[in-house]
Structures are given as structure tokens and as C-alpha cells.
Ligand binder design. Structure first.
Ligand code: ADP
Ligand code: ZN
Length: 203
């Protein structure tokens, strides 16, 4: 007897952590595996990040995968019928509607994978990622390596302490990964600390 299985439901996966913690690498890994499984995949990133590469997501280790650039999470819904798997990088820059958009896709049976910063440079929850964590089925918290002491790092330290705005897009020249202690003590970065690889030269 050919018993019909109920249709698979969708779900939300979130990959969150500090800068350099491997969020983008992990997102690319999951999306590549979905493509190997011949699933249709749509990949998005915020326009705010587009000066580094307009049409692809690029990790600090220079892995990349083609993507669409959007200004707001709402735009993803236009592609809702185009794919089974949706990948979203830098989710913290896609506006307050991100959790509701992900919910809608998941409710429509889609697998939604979002990478994003969970804390801002002050160590405060970076909305709307915390709201997304509350409704996600699967959460992966990634840790970087503290550039000062080598311990696991969950904070993004802004080197220019005089810049107060929450969103200032930058790379190795502005941000470094630090553990809780080296973040709090503002310990100087050792001069022999390895320079994190920039996404593109000059970043
Ligand atoms: P994220 O998306 O979380 O910013 P990426 O996936 O773009 O991270 O980059 C992770 C890669 O960054 C690592 O595999 C490593 O090659 C590189 N890297 C540079 N600096 C660090 C650091 N301080 N800690 C860990 N990885 C680092
Ligand atoms: Zn440290």
C-alpha cells in the first residue's frame, strides 16, 4: 500500500555569533550541500554590504557563493515560489520584518537559513536576530578566536572607540574578535596578532 506521507514542513535555522566566527562559512557550507542535493536555493544579502561584492556572499576565508542583493527582508517573499531553501547572510541588516518573513517562508514549507550578528559592538543584542532566535527551530552559535589571547571569542570589538553609531560596516581595520575578558579590559592588540583576512583588498 502506498501510504502518502504528509508534506514536509519548513523550518528556520539561525547561525549567529561575532564577526570572524565562521557564520558565512557555515551558511555557504549548508547552502552548497542543499545544491548538491539538487534543491532549488535562493540566497540573499543586504545592500549595505554590497560594496565588497555585489552578487555574491564572501566569507573572510574567501569562500563565496552567488547571491541577490536586497534592501529589506520583505523582498525575499517575491522569490517564495522559486526555491525550497532560502539562505540569508548578515540578517541583522535586513530590517525588523526579517523574523516575520522567515516565519512566512517556513510556514509555506521552506527551509530558511539565516546568518547574523547576535550582538552589536557594545555587546547588546542586535535586533532583529534575538527575535528570530526565539522562533527558530535550530540555532548554531559560532565563536571566533580572540585576537588578544587566543581564547574562544564571542564579542565584536570596535577598534575606533570614538565612533558611536550602531551600524558602521567595516572589516579588519575597524573590528576584531575578542573574548569576554579582553573585550572588557580594552587590552591592546598584540603587534604580532595575525591580521584577519579582509573580504577584499582594502577592507
Ligand atoms: P563571519 O561570517 O562570522 O564574520 P566568516 O565565515 O566570514 O565569519 O570567516 C571566518 C574565517 O575568518 C575563519 O575561518 C578564519 O579563516 C578567518 N578569521 C580571521 N580572523 C579570525 C579570528 N579572529 N577568529 C576566527 N577566524 C578568523
Ligand atoms: Zn581574550
Amino acid at each position: 500500500m502506498n501510504e502518502a506521507k504528509p508534506p514536509a514542513t519548513g523550518w528556520i535555522e539561525v547561525i549567529c555569533g561575532s564577526m570572524y566566527s565562521g557564520k558565512t562559512e557555515e551558511l555557504i557550507r549548508r547552502l552548497r550541500r542543499a545544491q548538491i542535493a539538487r534543491q532549488r536555493v535562493e540566497i540573499f544579502k543586504p545592500a549595505i554590504d554590497e560594496r565588497y561584492a555585489r552578487d555574491q556572499i564572501v566569507s573572510h576565508s574567501l569562500q563565496s557563493i552567488p547571491s541577490r542583493t536586497i534592501a529589506d527582508a520583505q523582498e525575499i517573499l517575491r522569490y517564495a515560489d522559486e526555491a525550497q531553501v532560502f539562505g540569508i547572510d548578515e540578517g541583522q541588516f535586513l530590517g525588523p520584518s526579517l523574523p516575520q518573513v522567515c516565519e512566512e517562508l517556513a510556514n509555506r514549507g521552506k527551509r530558511v537559513i539565516v546568518a547574523g550578528l547576535d550582538q552589536d559592538f557594545r555587546g547588546r543584542p542586535f535586533d532583529p536576530i534575538p527575535e528570530l532566535l526565539a522562533v527558530a527551530e535550530y540555532i548554531t552559535k559560532t565563536l571566533a578566536i580572540c585576537v588578544v589571547c587566543g581564547a574562544p571569542a564571542n564579542r565584536t570589538y570596535r577598534k575606533a572607540q570614538d565612533i558611536d553609531e550602531r551600524v558602521v560596516v567595516g572589516g579588519a581595520e575597524l573590528y576584531e574578535a575578542r573574548c569576554r575578558l579582553c573585550y572588557a579590559t580594552h587590552a591592546p592588540t598584540p603587534t604580532d596578532a595575525p591580521e584577519p583576512r579582509a573580504r577584499v583588498a582594502g577592507r
